[in-house]
Write a protein that binds this ligand. Structure first.
Ligand SMILES: *[C@@H]1O[C@H](CO)[C@@H](O)[C@H](O)[C@H]1NC(C)=O
Ligand SMILES: *[C@@H]1O[C@H](CO)[C@@H](O)[C@H](O)[C@H]1NC(C)=O
Ligand SMILES: *[C@@H]1O[C@H](CO)[C@@H](O)[C@H](O)[C@H]1NC(C)=O
Length: 464
């Protein structure tokens, strides 16, 4: 394993180089390697130059196939990186390993347990400039840091540590958009922090109060990552001090703030849930369908399960229709509902006081958390059926509900504000037991996201 990881890091500049030559239409020859522009694009340390001959040797030694003519896929030599969990062996080609991976039932990341992990997170509260204040628990003075040293162990398989370079390779020349509520932002910021350990993101766009719309560009791989605030995914008017005192939502139209940009988005991660608990009036076909928690308005109470389902259906259907029709293909991932952990009043000291994950079997997924998650899983399954009719459309669920439920210790709690106990412990203190500290459990969501992407890529090679 160690040998293969060394091989990956050695091969990386090699791959980068071959790719840029392909882009320039230069024929494949190793002779002019050190003169290709890609090597000067980024200041590679001199040691890399020294390692190049070794890399070339290894390249032939492992008899990696040469580059395919298609331009929208990773070179085959990258397969080695993608099959990282299966060390390359001399007796079998990397191709049969891929087939093996694809033919195996995919790992079920849903069920498992949290186990102690000495390694800890890839980043901390100061190495990354994109953590929202209220979730930067370390810099806000949270002293117990045990919550950083856990890793998710799925029952039947191993979840590899997040490898930012593989993620960047898979996303080369693509635009990934996170769309949804503050959980989408939580997940986006975790991903940015982890990727930033390998490549620098540049903020190229920002709009809206509280950073609701932002976009970054990774020059190293020409990757765009963006976040769109759209807590219902569908068109509507959010409640506000100057507007209505409830949300008004149109369940049969997507919110065009992100819908209009779909044309330029290659992969979308959706994340919604909590906002459906708020008071709202819902419309369908321009008629009132009903409302949730709207005393004073003469509408039928319709709860939040059915409308969440409809909003998801509309969002997934729109993505499939618009992207399927133009034949460009898209990947859509839905992150499932992540439970909150309030024990008592939200403004009382010790609202989410736990400092360790629940043990296996200590907490069952039930009630609203389970119901919301099940609706989301069902709607993704339904969307998969529709997506099959189009080429290059892939839909998957990122089921984080259970693993998040097991992490009552991962919330900011009182550390949503800096040093909440600087003047001693007060009886009343505001707590955030909904969002997650960064670094924290959300990093695991992105670990699983990477496994989904890895599997997709290998699948597409085998189907080639
Ligand atoms: C965060 O990481 C950086 C770089 O690895 C290190 O210099 C710094 O001391 C760390 N800060 C904390 C609070 O651990
Ligand atoms: C960079 O990525 C975008 C998609 O996000 C693509 O349209 C563009 O062609 C890419 N640029 C290069 C030089 O490959
Ligand atoms: C409330 O709606 C019902 C049924 O649509 C109607 O019969 C009733 O008159 C309405 N009440 C008010 C106060 O508008």
């Amino acid at each position: 394993m160690e040998k293969s990881s060394k091989l990956h890091s050695v091969l990386r500049p090699e791959i980068r180089d071959s790719e840029s030559r392909r882009e320039m239409g230069v024929s494949s020859s190793f002779k002019d390697q050190s003169h290709t522009p890609s090597l000067t694009r980024k200041p590679w340390p001199y040691t890399i130059y020294a390692l190049l001959p070794i890399a070339i040797f290894l390249l032939f030694f492992y008899r990696l196939p040469l580059l395919p003519p298609s331009t929208d896929q990773l070179p085959r030599s990258n397969r080695l990186i993608l099959s990282a969990s299966v060390p390359p062996s001399l007796s079998s080609s990397s191709f049969s390993q891929e087939e093996k991976i694809v033919n195996e039932a995919p790992c079920d990341y849903t069920n498992g347990k949290w186990v102690r992990d000495k390694l800890g997170p890839l980043y901390n509260g100061t190495t990354c400039g994109t953590i929202k204040e209220g979730q930067n628990c370390i810099t806000h003075g949270r002293a117990d840091l045990g919550y950083l040293y856990w890793r998710w162990k799925p029952r039947q398989c191993k979840l590899p540590r997040f490898d930012p370079n593989t993620f960047l390779q898979l996303l080369r020349n693509k635009h990934l958009a996170f769309v949804g509520d503050s959980m989408a932002r939580n997940q986006l910021e975790s991903l940015l922090c982890m990727l930033a350990t390998a490549s620098t993101p540049n903020l190229v766009y920002r709009d809206g109060e509280d950073n609701k719309f932002r976009r970054w560009h990774f020059a190293s791989h020409n990757i765009t990552i963006s976040v769109y605030w759209s807590p219902f995914l569908v068109r509507g008017v959010e409640k506000s001090k100057t507007g209505p005192d409830h949300n008004e939502l149109y369940l049969d139209h997507v919110d065009e703030k992100w819908g209009n940009d779909l044309e330029h988005i290659d992969m979308v991660v959706l994340s919604i849930g909590h906002w459906f608990l708020h008071p709202a009036v819902y419309y369908e076909d321009d008629e009132v369908l009903g409302c949730h928690y709207c005393p004073g308005l003469n509408h039928t109470e319709i709860g939040f399960y059915g409308v969440l389902r409809k909003a998801l259906k509309t969002a997934l259907k729109t993505i499939i229709e618009r992207k399927g029709a133009n034949g460009k293909g898209t990947d859509a991932v839905l992150t499932t509902f992540s439970p909150s952990h309030f024990e008592g009043d939200w403004d009382k000291a010790g609202a989410c006081p736990k400092t360790q994950p629940y043990k296996e079997g200590e907490k069952v997924l039930e009630g609203m958390d389970a119901d919301l998650r099940n609706i989301e899983v069902e709607e993704v399954e339904a969307a998969k059926g529709i997506a099959k009719q189009f080429q290059g459309l892939r839909v998957e669920v990122l089921d984080v509900t259970k693993l998040s439920l097991m992490r009552p210790d991962g919330h900011p709690g009182p550390y949503m504000y800096p040093f909440p106990f600087a003047n001693g412990v007060q009886e009343r203190v505001q707590n955030d037991c909904v969002h997650w500290c960064l670094p924290g459990p959300v990093d695991t969501w992105n670990q699983i996201l990477l496994e989904i992407m890895r599997r997709w890529q290998i699948q597409s090679w085998v189907e080639e």
